[in-house]
Write a protein that binds this ligand. Sequence first.
Ligand code: URA
Ligand code: URA
Length: 213
Amino acid sequence: MEQIARPGSGLGVERVEAGEDTQPASKPETLESLQLEVAACDCCRELAETRTQTVFGVGNPRARLCFLGEAPGADEDRRGEPFVGAAGQLLNKILGACGLSREEVYILNVLKCRPPGNRNPMPAEADNCRHFLDRQLQLICPDFICCLGAVAAQNLLGTTAAIGRLRGKVHEYRGMQVVCTYHPAYLLRNPAAKRLTWDDMKLLMREMGSPLD
Ligand code: URA
Ligand code: URA
């Protein structure tokens, strides 16, 4: 039987594979290291070829509350930050009305790349990107997630139920409390639904122990 040289085994010269023992032991994952991995991702060829940059997320890395959107749009693709366009302006107003700021919450999307022409994410794209979302949430470890719109809510919760059925109650995902509401872009087109989103924010803030009324 072949003898294998082990360190300190006295069986002779140790063979060291290229790279082995020359790299530091793998470091624990951080949001920064994950962001670098996302930036280098080319799993979805069309998205990798058409994006300006990936859009990882922004805010407090220890936030108690995350807002989850669908995917970057044109403005976000240009700026590298989620919710900076018209929908983002409305999200900022919603946050303000809840006594929250972008700095104290964390804002992220299901997809880290802009789908060309603002089409919906394809299921395969959401599947490819899912481990990034889950690892990001694991690092932030929020108590609450607010899903903005049907795509975010359905993807996170793994359901095809309509947003009108998902909103208005508290769901759970991996121990995190999840409240779903309409997407701010939808609210811009359907201002009458703002009243329902306000009800959802009241539910969320009540659950968080900071009731709005
Ligand atoms: N819509 C989203 O779902 N996410 C963004 O980042 C911007 C617009
Ligand atoms: N449809 C969606 O996809 N999102 C909404 O917020 C409302 C309708």
